[in-house]
Design a protein around this ligand. Structure first.
Ligand SMILES: CC(C)(COP(=O)(O)OP(=O)(O)OC[C@H]1O[C@@H](n2cnc3c(N)ncnc32)[C@H](O)[C@@H]1OP(=O)(O)O)[C@@H](O)C(=O)NCCC(=O)NCCS
Length: 157
């Protein structure tokens, strides 16, 4: 699959929400709504990267810089194009932009049991914190929230 990456902004809210609605499991309510997305995109040091296959948007990553650390807030890929490296490419783009902004570490939070954990652990992230039963599904099940970190920049690359 030929996928290209590009940075986007508030004007891309339609494409962003299309992927958002398709990608996230509604059980844990992890998808953001348009108001939340527009709110964060209006802040400085927040960036949005899209993955596109031809004229179709197939994924995105939303990140922000907090002093000398960056945070990957959301990562999503359309279900029918998963396991083709799109998620990994979006992570590496987030790393490159975070490094260019002076970050030394990229952080993220993920629900324990999420298949994204395989991708994150295979991309150099490791667990630095855990909040017990942070996520509560609409069916009453709970999951821990894991905080993961990857050293970036300087000698880490
Ligand atoms: C997590 C997510 C972004 C991964 O996107 P992707 O494009 O499939 O990721 P990649 O193809 O780059 O995956 C790379 C590796 O991660 C693992 N992986 C990714 N998704 C997986 C899945 N659904 N099942 C099993 N392994 C998976 C595989 O080990 C894969 O390695 P491989 O390429 O050697 O097989 C996608 O599954 C998604 O949108 N999930 C729903 C939203 C979400 O939970 N986001 C993360 C929290 S914000």
């Amino acid at each position: 699959m030929n996928v290209t990456l590009r940075e986007g902004d508030e004007g891309d809210i339609g494409a962003l929400m299309d992927v958002m609605e398709n990608a996230f499991d509604p059980l844990f309510g992890e998808a953001w709504n348009a108001g939340q997305c527009l709110g964060i995109l209006s802040l400085p040091d927040v960036w949005l990267t899209f993955a596109e296959a031809g004229d179709r948007t197939v994924g995105f990553a939303l990140s922000r810089l907090l002093v000398d650390e960056a945070e990957l807030l959301l990562l999503a890929v359309e279900p029918d194009v998963r396991c083709h490296g799109v998620g990994r490419a979006l992570i590496e783009r987030a790393v490159a932009i975070a490094v260019s902004k002076g970050a030394h570490r990229l952080l993220l939070e993920v629900r324990d049991g999420n298949q994204a954990l395989d991708l994150y652990q295979g991309s150099g992230f490791s667990e630095i914190g855990r909040r017990r039963d942070y996520y509560r599904g609409s069916d009453g099940t709970t999951r821990d929230a894991l905080t993961l970190a990857r050293p970036i920049g300087d000698r880490f690359g």
